[in-house]
Design a protein around this ligand. Structure first.
Ligand code: MN
Length: 268
């Protein structure tokens, strides 16, 4: 903006304020002392063994990060790299270890799918983070479920429309407590498994991820400025499938406590 443009813009802003019956000085004061109309809860995840809560800023998810899952979704992992989407932060449903949390069957779907995933939580961020520095930004890890209204996701995909309605709905992100890196280290390998009613459905190893957590952070930071509070659902292995009311999902990642939910009646 040139200085003339800026003066014009300022004059216009002052004029608009005057028209609205607010003197420019009063307007500045209002901005400095303005109060929120109402409180909006901050989504957070408990940190295991402490009274601390990890505040969630953004939820990123990696799509098709295991080759066998990419193939079952109809894509060729040698030709199409993984990609990212987001869920709203209030999609978080915290599930305590040892608890079987009630998880209401969501509206509009007739094909509600589980996806067990490792979740990495960031304590810092940046832009263009090299992969060999990326893990320095990780605060800790948790077990997560990327719950999916598969029929809606597919229908939107077929129409080349956004996935939002299939992926980014209320309570679509159950998650266990965070385990700090100092206690559990980083996760580059280890069993990742999901059972429904005691039957093994998904059974793979974290080493099969196409993009490691470090690579996910590096790739994401090319597209977005990452910040403390961002969490990344790192993708699900093959054999995703449906659940119905009364099904119990049990998720296991080697080195973390299990996460379990029971599908209940639709939310009132
Ligand atoms: Mn997923």
């Amino acid at each position: 903006m040139t200085s003339i443009d800026r003066r014009t813009a300022l004059k216009t802003a002052a004029g608009a304020a005057a028209l609205a019956g607010i003197a420019p000085a009063a307007q500045a004061q209002t901005a400095a002392t303005a109060k929120l109309l109402f409180a909006v809860p901050q989504a957070s995840i408990p940190v295991v063994g402490s009274d601390q809560l990890f505040p969630v800023r953004r939820i990123y998810c990696v799509g098709r990060n295991y080759a066998a899952h990419a193939r079952e979704m109809g894509s060729d992992p040698t030709r199409e790299p993984p990609f990212f989407f987001q869920k709203p932060t209030d999609a978080i449903q915290v599930v305590q270890p040892g608890e079987v949390a009630a998880h209401p069957y969501p509206p509009l779907t007739k094909n509600y799918h589980y996806e067990v995933e490792l979740v990495a939580a960031l304590k810092s961020g940046g832009r263009n983070i090299p992969a060999d520095k990326a893990l320095e930004h990780v605060f800790g890890y948790a077990v997560g479920l990327d719950m999916t209204r598969r029929d809606l996701q597919r229908a939107m995909g077929d129409q080349k429309k956004p996935w939002e309605i299939g992926k980014s709905f209320d309570r679509s992100a159950p998650i266990g407590p965070l385990h700090p890196v100092e206690k559990v280290g980083h996760f580059t390998k280890g069993k990742i498994q999901l059972q429904v009613n005691g039957q093994v459905k998904q059974d793979a190893d974290l080493s099969q991820m196409i993009w490691s957590v470090a690579e996910q952070i590096s790739k994401l930071s090319e597209a977005f400025e990452l910040r403390a509070g961002d969490i990344i659902y790192s993708g699900t292995p093959e054999n995703v499938g449906p659940v119905v009311k009364d099904d119990v999902i049990l998720c296991t990642i080697e080195g973390l406590p299990t996460l379990s939910v029971r599908i209940t009646d639709a939310a009132a």
